[in-house]
Design a protein around this ligand. Structure first.
Ligand code: GLY
Length: 441
């Protein structure tokens, strides 16, 4: 797919967004949808703002991510309106005049002051679904986030349009550039902080634009699932490197994790290779009709088999899953939906009218319990970790004898392994957006 196709894909995407809005409004008995992009948030007792996070309901319509104070207003049957704030401000860079392939599909009104938006929103706010955060309120346009509308839109957002897949491929290409630079920096002996900078430089993004804070972990730091401290001194030599870092494009995220060993002929590298092979088999399970909960439980069995193969546990994979021992080494979910948000919404939604699909007992951190269907994009991110806190509990419990603690101690200095790809479910073979991007790089 080339960027030349994006305008057509976008038009088709917008048709779907409009049609979903039509249905959502009909369900709620409302006349119009109003979506503020959001406003800046300030630090307590300070005039410093946090990085701006656009309302995902807004960027579902337009690829605008740096535009606080703008609004989408949509009435079924009419062309959507974009009220576009371009303030007169010589302190900050203000948004450029709207341009790009998406602009012909909107009636665009440029305003200079946030309050001017009031004149351009639908006449009766009580007949609108207003989707946004409380501080976006403007006059009588106070976000009310009707549950029926949110349930419908969030449920269907799991099914990505071809345009959204294209945006996620572009994000993946950017993320892969960062990952390759990060591996080079690791091999050259850089600190976590230095690797992070190398990543940002190559990806061309930083905390203002990355979809989440980079996790850059050397050695035992890889045992902290969301390690974000970024040490400035590298261990000499480092043993291992886990990087979980994404990128964004057009408001869409990628989420990629890789793990590397310093000694590429050593046993830890062999364990990485085993997790990588298992991860690819899990990616192949991203098929229509597969219950993601089963995929998660199968991941436990596969990872427990690796632990047994490497002499860490003595019990069968089934016993490891049943007893909770596999959760000591794999204490998070196998993945989540991804798209406009790195952890996409509605992971537990039973239907577009509401309801919840429960998590399997004993697996509190699984973020997705839906059955996979074409269009869904999910992460597949199995891991094996040597986490002191969890190992201590295991050592004091009834299954301690099923563990070879000398083998645990041998792997403990490496921290852990996680391999993560973003995978799209189709009505045939899955598309691995991450591996495709690495292959193309
Ligand atoms: N990859 C970071 C996260 O899923 O939270």
């Amino acid at each position: 797919m080339t960027t030349a196709e994006w305008p057509i894909l976008y038009r088709e995407h917008l048709d779907i967004v409009r049609s979903r809005a039509d249905d959502a409004l009909a369900r709620a008995g409302l006349d119009a949808l109003v979506v503020p992009s959001g406003t800046l948030h300030y630090q307590l007792f300070d005039d410093r703002d946090y990085p701006f996070a656009t309302n995902p309901q807004f960027k579902a319509w337009v690829p605008l991510t740096r535009n606080p104070g703008s609004w989408i207003a949509y009435t079924p049957g009419a062309k959507p309106k974009l009220v576009y704030l371009q303030p007169r401000d010589y302190w900050h860079v203000v948004p450029q005049a709207p341009s790009g392939y998406w602009t012909p599909h909107f009636d665009i009104v440029v305003i200079r002051e946030p309050e001017e938006a009031l004149r351009h929103l639908p006449p009766d706010p009580s007949r609108c679904a207003i989707l946004g955060e409380p501080q976006s309120a403007l006059g009588a346009y106070v976000p009310d986030n009707p549950q029926k509308v949110l349930n419908y839109l969030e449920y269907h957002r799991a099914y990505k349009t071809p345009y959204e897949i294209a945006m996620m491929r572009a994000a993946s290409a950017r993320g892969v550039r960062g990952h390759r630079a990060a591996e080079r920096a690791f091999r050259a002996g850089a600190s976590e902080f230095g690797i992070h900078l190398a990543y940002c430089q190559a990806a061309g993004q930083d905390s203002e634009t990355l979809p989440y804070g980079n996790i850059v972990a050397l050695d035992t730091h890889a045992a902290v699932l969301h390690y974000t401290d970024r040490g400035t001194v590298a261990p000499r030599p480092p043993r291992s490197f886990l990087i979980d870092a994404g990128a964004s494009h057009g408001g869409y995220a990628c989420d990629i994790t890789r793990t590397y060993a310093h000694d590429q002929a050593g046993e830890f590298q062999s364990m990485i290779d085993a997790v990588d092979a298992a991860q690819q088999r899990m990616c192949a399970q991203v098929r229509a009709g597969v219950d993601y909960r089963q995929l998660h439980l199968d991941a436990h069995l596969a990872l427990a088999a690796i632990l047994r193969e490497f002499g860490v546990i003595r019990m069968s994979p089934e016993a490891a899953l049943e007893s909770g021992v596999s959760s000591v080494f794999f204490p998070h979910g196998v993945g989540h939906g991804i798209g406009l948000q790195v952890h996409d919404v509605a992971g537990f939604a039973a239907s577009d009218a509401g309801g919840t699909i429960p998590k399997p007992d004993g697996h509190p951190y699984l973020r997705l319990t839906r059955t996979l269907e074409p269009g869904m994009v999910v992460t597949i991110e199995p891991g094996l970790y040597f986490i002191d806190m969890l190992l201590e509990t295991l050592r004091q419990g009834p299954h301690a004898g099923e563990v070879d603690w000398a083998r645990v101690d041998a792997f403990r200095p490496f921290g852990g392994i996680r391999i993560e790809d973003d995978v799209a479910c189709t009505d045939a073979e899955p598309l691995n957006l991450t591996r495709d991007a690495f292959a193309a790089a």
